[in-house]
Design a protein around this ligand. Structure first.
Ligand code: MG
Length: 389
């Protein structure tokens, strides 16, 4: 049994006050279409992106820029939602028991849990659509603005996407509706018209449809509260203590008879921090950006490398949120230098100093740090997707 996704990406940005298709708009550093497509990648055997032909190059470049790899094809959007869906359905050739998921790309916060529950319902019952029980009272109003009835609230649900169907149910009904000239505002509506039962499962209140500018703020606040928007990294580094080298830790030159050996200024604490920052974003390590075989980094201040690392995060859509560094050194005593160290880091990465922690410890004379052969450092940090702070 295969699963096909019909991703409706033909919207315009008018109600958002945008000159571009709203699905290309970034939400917390990632475009709406990329968020929607990514959500379905683990479940879809093939995705049909239904869009206006003029939006295709931008959608393709977004997919490439984000390194997404999944089977997809394009279909042209039609004059109505229903025609767009039909174009998508006619571009695939599913078996009767294959599952079709139809989704509005503008609902870019759709969760894997909801997609899984829709697939399960479509498998077992032939249909599954997500609905939120109504909390407000709804009234039916006539064209003269007079109420004609008040439906019982417990029977009302606000319907979302994805809507999931067995292929042998949705395809004939969509073709028939097109022939009969029936227009519905969602895909389940067509089935209802032909008296085919449609099953509602509990939707997700975070699965909002981005339509108006206020929706964008709601989406950002959902993402801010979403643990997946927060990433944690850790870094570790060691440098050897030798005579006739400066001892530089977190950009502070510390008077001491020994210093750290390395290609750069050997600032072990900042090296650990940079690795934590890159690690949090799965962007490799400092060796791959600042190799110790490269002459341009000989003797360079690691504060400059830290600034460059913050820029790399920024270019990839991330901001450092906080960092906690531990320096392990038997001697010298570092306590009095810590305020200056924290300030250097905060200035280099451009975040408030109260989100930077630097601590120093000894190893009670145990191990290489205890024998003063070297100094080690650990760093842990969090980064957030850009625009989320
Ligand atoms: Mg190092």
């Amino acid at each position: 049994m295969n699963k096909f996704v019909i991703m409706l990406a033909g919207g315009r940005g008018e109600r958002m006050g945008l000159s571009i298709n709203k699905i290309l708009m970034p939400v917390c550093g990632k475009s709406v279409i990329i968020r929607s497509l990514s959500a379905f990648i683990p479940y879809a055997d093939k995705t049909v992106i239904v869009s206006r032909p003029e939006d295709r190059p931008a959608i393709i470049s977004e997919i490439e820029r984000n390194g997404l790899s999944f089977p997809f094809i394009f279909a042209d959007g039609g004059p109505s939602r229903q025609k767009s869906v039909l174009n998508g359905l006619q571009s695939i050739n599913p078996d009767p028991d294959d599952i079709i998921l139809i989704h509005d790309a503008a609902r870019c916060l759709v969760s894997g849990d909801l997609i899984e529950r829709i697939i399960k319902s479509a498998k077992e019952y032939g249909t599954g659509i997500p609905g939120i029980p109504a909390v407000s009272t709804f009234k039916v109003v006539d064209s003269s603005s007079f109420v004609t009835s008040t439906p019982k609230r417990s029977t009302l649900y606000e319907i979302q996407t994805p809507q999931g169907f067995s292929s042998h149910i949705i395809i004939p009904a969509s073709l028939q509706a097109s022939e009969d000239g029936i227009e519905c505002t969602d895909d389940a509506g067509i089935l209802e018209y032909y008296n085919i039962p449609v099953r509602v499962i509990l939707g997700d209140t975070s699965n909002i449809k981005l339509t108006e500018p206020g929706d964008l703020i709601r989406a950002q606040s959902v993402l801010k509260g979403d643990a997946t928007a927060l990433r944690i990294g850790m870094g570790y580094d060691v440098h050897r203590l030798v005579p006739e080298r400066k001892l530089i830790l977190c950009g502070v030159e510390i008077p001491f008879e020994l210093g750290l050996l390395g290609h750069s200024d050997a600032d072990v604490a900042l090296h650990a921090l940079m690795d934590a920052m890159l690690g949090a974003c799965a962007l490799g390590d400092i060796g791959s950006y600042f190799p110790d075989t490269d002459e341009q980094f000989r003797g360079i201040s690691s504060v400059i490398l830290l600034q460059k690392t913050a820029q790399i995060l920024n270019d990839n859509g991330y901001n450092l949120f906080n960092a906690d560094i531990t320096i392990t050194a038997q001697r010298p005593k570092l306590l009095s230098f810590i305020p200056h160290m924290k300030e250097n880091i905060a200035n280099a990465v451009g975040i408030p100093v109260d989100r930077i922690s630097v601590k120093a410890t000894t190893t009670e004379k145990l191990g290489f740090e205890g024998r003063m052969e070297g100094i080690s450092s650990y760093a842990v940090c969090t980064v957030v997707e850009k625009n989320c702070i």
